[in-house]
Design a protein around this ligand. Sequence first.
Ligand SMILES: NC(=O)c1ccno1
Length: 233
Amino acid sequence: MRIDVITIFPDYLAPLSLSLVGKAIEAGIVDLAVHDLRWWTHDRHHTTDDTPYGGGAGMVMKPEPWGEAMDAMEHLNPAPMTVVVPTPTGRVLDQDLAHELSTRERLVFACGRYEGIDQRVLDHCAESYELIEVSLGDYVLNGGEVAVLAITEAMVRLIPGVIGNPDSLVEESHAPGHRLLEYPNYTKPPVWRGRQVPPVLLSGNHAAIATWRREQALERTRQRRPDLFQNGS
Ligand SMILES: NC(=O)c1ccno1
């Protein structure tokens, strides 16, 4: 998978070179490039925003730099582009969307700032490429960079070959066909500050362990996320 990120704060994306995503890059599973939107400005101040038509507080990102940046992305790599725009007005990220994104050949993340990107840029991207607007949830960030970190980690880990043991993807919270929150996990020591590991987990009885884990997942989901439970989990 090829990932391009366009932002006015390239340093924000430095964590993508660490840990899981960093290992996927080292393994050649992911090819990542971060671009500074200001490379496509032509004034001495490298202006990327202006006041909103119709008035109102804040500034809007100008369409010209974005248009030139998207043109450059097209010429940079022949793979069909899926443009992902993190925005509070987008489709809320869930495991299904993470899976969808993990199947794409190339993602181009457009990180908005201020009040967002001129709508004509989004309209252009929707007509010229695949456009997916994504929200992390019902709250507002100052820009798309943090969302790109979260979206990238959520979907790169689903790409075959990235996670060492793919079985660990099967029973985790929100896994396809699972739709339940994961059961509680324990490791050594068997007693810690007077708290014992549930004896069933030390029993070696795999059927009983599986039953206990299913019951824990059901109860945890019922208590914490009844909305998931009602969706036929
Ligand atoms: N809620 C979000 O994902 C978001 C993205 C940019 N600002 O807020």
